[in-house]
Design a protein around this ligand. Structure first.
Ligand code: EPZ
Length: 438
């Protein structure tokens, strides 16, 4: 079982370039099956979630190849609409093929999606939105249509016994969707189905994450008609023709925010060549309040001690991102003074606290509130063995281990590899001592 070994306790100095955005790549790769022309996605991170998505595309009959950081997808020969296997169950974003397949061929069979265990991860908002556009669903053990295995081209699909989502949409049509909460994935699924539906779809109380804006930019470059109107409203006018396109992904704002918090936690001076300033307003404001200086060229300086923050509350974009909640917790553990974190997006996203406590952190959690007693002046994080509970929790543990005295082993590296192209490379470029042990 691979694990990371880190010798911590020194400030970070160096320069890094942030990888392409995972959470933009995943919906855009699903969108490649809309229309038949080849698409080229540049700056596509070499991470497990992307590789799993490429496997799903091939399963559907698409050509999906990678050359370095460029991925080529040609969906001309897409012939299947059934997704199965470990890849689809491992990643949350496999659910985005529901809207994309309904948009492309009006049918889809896929397992309930996976993803980090940070909450129950329901898909009710996805299904309700797609029903509004004309989709019909059934969820049955492995056979979904009358002549199941023949009709769904599942001749070679292994019988899994899983309960799966079976959807059909003989006529996808426009409609009015209102999301009870601004779900990122459900907004993306609604867009993926609406972009090829007959008529216009209005999505209200939509999520506004930059990754959704990237998905819309990608689709508009292909010929889709999508406009962002007043607060949280997206209007999509269906089109039958989407053209081939070459698209370059932006830098991953969550990875960038994570590395800013690493510099804050360890102290030092790091230059981030492609810091996506415009996508991190909320985290940057808090980091400055904690005492970091952030220059226009992406140079960040963190003198220790960090100043504690009375309360950080996660919220949908443009609020403080829930994906930076664990990295923020790790930083506040070493600050001077006490802080609180309120997690309002997921109901089970404090799992990292237990691992940080093993390193000596003083954290108390109660429901969606975490109270952190900063160790500056009265303790320190110490190296030990910990286990990543999820993707961003694992990244937060790397951050804490780099600041801790002594050596730390972090198990659960497979979680980190889902979203970080090469966390060892990045930390070494910041001067850390970190090894991946097989
Ligand atoms: C996306 O997940 C991201 N994943 C997550 O990043 C991110 O944490 C999350 O958005 C919030 O920003 C990808 O983009 C691949 P949601 P998603 O639907 O779409 C509830 C990472 O580390 N909800 O916005 O699954 C849900 O339970 C990952 O990169 C419903 O109730 O998030 C949660 O409480 C982790 N019903 C809230 O909405 C639904 O049908 C937000 O979830 C859907 C969601």
């Amino acid at each position: 079982m691979a694990y990371l070994e880190i010798a911590g306790g020194r400030p970070l100095y160096g320069e890094i370039t942030v990888q392409g955005s995972k959470n933009a790549a995943l919906p855009i790769l699903a969108a490649c099956i809309l229309g038949e022309g080849p698409c080229e996605i540049e700056n596509c991170p070499q991470i497990q979630d992307v590789e799993d998505t490429l496997s799903i595309l091939r399963m559907l009959g698409c050509r999906a190849e990678r050359s370095g950081h460029t991925v080529f997808v040609d969906a001309a020969r897409l012939e299947r609409y059934s997704i199965y296997g470990a890849e689809a169950i491992r990643i949350r974003s496999s659910i985005l093929f529901l809207g994309a397949l309904l948009g492309r061929i009006g049918k889809a069979v896929l397992p309930y999606p996976g993803g980090c265990a940070i909450g129950s991860r329901p898909i009710d908002l996805h299904l309700k939105a797609l029903e509004t556009l004309g989709a019909q669903f059934s969820a049955q053990q492995d056979t979904c249509f009358s002549d199941s295995r023949a009709e769904t081209n599942e001749r070679e699909a292994p019988f899994t016994g899983q309960c799966r989502i079976c959807a059909r949409a003989p006529e996808l049509h426009g409609g009015s969707i209102f999301f009870a909460m601004p779900s990122v994935g459900a907004t993306e699924n609604a867009i993926l189905a609406a972009v090829c539906a007959d008529g216009t779809t209005v999505i209200e109380n939509a999520a506004m994450e930059p990754e959704i804006a990237e998905l819309c930019d990608f689709l508009k470059l292909r010929g889709a008609t999508i406009s962002w109107e007043e607060e949280r409203t997206i209007r999509v006018t269906g089109t039958k023709r989407l053209s081939p396109v070459r698209y370059r992904l932006h830098a991953d704002r969550i990875v960038a925010g994570n590395y800013l918090l690493a510099a804050a936690t360890c102290g030092g001076c790091v230059r981030m060549r492609n810091l996506p300033f415009g996508l991190l307003d909320a985290p940057l404001a808090i980091l400055r309040a904690m005492g970091m200086t952030i220059e226009e060229d992406g140079t960040v300086r963190a003198g220790l001690p960090l100043t504690a923050v009375e309360e950080v509350t996660t919220a949908p974009y443009p609020g403080f991102p829930t994906d930076l909640q664990s990295p923020m917790m790790a930083a506040l553990c070493v600050a001077r003074g006490n802080s609180r974190i309120r997690e309002t997006v997921f109901e089970n996203r404090f799992l990292t606290a237990r691992q940080l406590q093993k390193m000596g952190a003083r954290i108390e959690t109660e429901k969606n509130l975490a109270r952190i007693e900063g160790l500056w002046g009265n303790g320190q994080l110490c190296g030990t063995s910990v286990t990543a509970p999820d993707l961003r929790g694992g990244a937060a543990l790397v951050q804490a281990a780099s600041a801790a005295a002594g050596r730390t082993r972090i198990y659960g590296y497979e979680y980190i590899a889902r979203g970080y192209e090469d966390i060892c490379r990045d930390y070494r470029n910041m001067g850390a001592e970190i090894y991946l042990r097989e």
